[in-house]
Design a protein around this ligand. Structure first.
Ligand code: ARG
Length: 463
């Protein structure tokens, strides 16, 4: 069954038909398509294109169709191009003439974009909910391991001591911005396109505000051409999803490193690791590796749609059908990753003694030695160079900085006094970083409270 056979002498080429078909993937929009048809039928009844009796028949038939698709009983035909065609075809089969009136004043062009926005608004809320759970797990891990110190890295070289929780909360704030971006993306797409027809509007006096209310949109689109041509709402989401996955991939990478034998800072629970088919001793972090890799896939989906849209003339072109798979795939992938990260985080074990050992072996207090001299009035650049000499001395001896004697320190600079021994302490180094947003225990406490506040604000939006 075709929605458009009238002016053609020949049937569509079979291979072309197969090539163009979107049903295999747009099937998943059946609920949204039924909702849109229902709302549209009501709007048509309001302007007397459909009688009350016809409306009732249509409503009943649409809900039957929905049930049949849900239960897998619906018979899709090879000639159903897409989900819109399939549903309209079935409606006409069920109610005849009344069904044949449903497409009055609407086009698949405004219908498909409406379906897609309804779908995406719901999925954004769902993703935001999962994201909130992930952020909650991060904050709980930070709360649980409040006192734990580890070496922080720059260039993957040990740099300075940092509270493990402060480091973990870095991911919290990244995710909080992801949440805000999802909210903003949601708001920008909250405009109903239905009623835009093929692209120029519809000649029937359809009440679009009524439709918006029925379909839970806050506004109606201001321009019918824009409404059917634009997919920036989808592109925006794909971009936000990519940034979110990039963040998750960085967490994954940190955890993979820390879980390695060489670092041994953490241990992933068995249920989040896999064995090797060849090497019996192995316990591999495959799930996290896939989070890392799938970020690439989600970035790819964004690039894919951007490429489809670039240079595309207005208004509707069939190119736009290519928006869906990218969108569905990113939604599924992001949800998949977020679904297990909270439990992975809450079950991971930390290894304080290994972190301590690594701190002691890696001269992460060299900055403190320079700061010590600065407090004595030495300009920082000079202090940096003197501290560097002390490091050189320790390295030459194969010892750590803390092992240098007072004599050694004095040989580098007479300004190093007996207090240096006390100054070079991991705990004091942390306490001194008491600047707003720094890693001192006091600031961490503040940070944890702020995180709680952020989580409860998220709750409000999710209601
Ligand atoms: N399957 C199409 C899509 O996803 C529906 C719109 C078709 N419109 C048209 N004028 N051919 O974009």
């Amino acid at each position: 069954v075709k929605l458009w056979g009238g002016r053609f002498k020949k049937e569509l080429n079979e291979k072309v038909e197969e090539f163009m078909r979107s049903l295999p993937f747009d099937k998943r929009l059946f609920r949204e398509d039924i909702m849109v048809n229902l709302a549209w039928a009501e709007a048509l009844a309001k302007i007397k294109i459909l009688s009350e009796a016809e409306l009732e028949k249509i409503k009943k038939a649409l809900s039957e169709i929905e049930g049949e698709i849900e239960r897998g009983e619906f018979k899709f035909l090879p000639t159903d191009e897409d989900i819109h065609t399939a549903i309209e075809r079935a409606l006409v089969e069920k109610v005849g003439e009344a069904g044949a009136k449903i497409h009055t004043g609407k086009s698949r062009n405004d219908q498909v974009v409406t379906d897609l926005k309804i779908y995406l608004k719901r999925e954004i809320k769902e993703i935001a909910r999962l994201l909130r759970d992930y952020l909650k797990a991060l904050s709980e891990l930070a709360e649980r391991e409040k006192d734990l110190v580890m070496p922080g890295y720059t260039h993957l070289q040990p740099a300075q001591p940092v509270l493990f929780s402060h480091y973990i909360l870095a991911y919290f704030w990244m995710g909080k911005r992801d949440f805000d971006r999802l909210v903003s993306c949601y708001k920008k797409m909250d405009y109903l396109p239905l009623g835009s027809g093929a692209f120029s509007g519809t000649s029937f006096p359809i009440d679009r505000k009524f439709l918006a209310q029925k379909l839970s949109f806050s506004h109606v689109t201001e321009n019918s051409v824009d409404a059917v041509s634009s997919r920036d709402f989808a592109l925006h989401f794909l971009n936000q999803a990519a940034i979110l996955m990039i963040h998750l991939s960085r967490l994954a990478e940190d955890l993979i490193l820390w879980n390695s034998k060489e670092f041994s800072f953490i241990e992933l629970e068995d249920s989040f690791t896999t064995g090797s088919s060849l090497m019996p001793q192995k316990k591999n972090p495959d799930p996290l590796e896939l989070v890392r890799a799938k970020a690439g896939r989600v970035i790819g989906n964004w690039v894919k749609l951007a490429t489809v849209l670039k240079g595309l003339p207005l208004s509707y072109n069939r190119d736009l059908q290519e928006d869906k798979e990218a969108l569905f795939d990113s939604v599924d992938t992001v949800k998949g990753a977020l679904s297990f990260l909270p439990s992975l985080l809450s079950s991971l074990k930390v290894n304080p003694s290994q972190m301590r050992k690594s701190l002691q072996e890696s001269d992460v207090l060299a900055t403190e030695a320079a700061d010590f001299l600065v407090e004595k009035g030495v300009p920082f650049r000079e202090a940096h160079s003197l501290a560097g000499e002390a490091v050189k001395l320790a390295v030459e001896r194969g010892e750590s900085l803390e092992a240098l004697s007072l004599k050694d320190w004095e040989s580098v600079s007479p300004l190093f006094s007996a207090e240096i021994g006390d100054y070079l302490s991991i705990e004091k180094s942390l306490q001194r970083r008491n600047v707003e947003g720094g890693t001192s225990p006091q600031r961490l406490q503040e940070e944890l409270e702020k995180a709680q506040h952020v989580l409860s604000r998220m709750e409000e939006w999710l209601k």
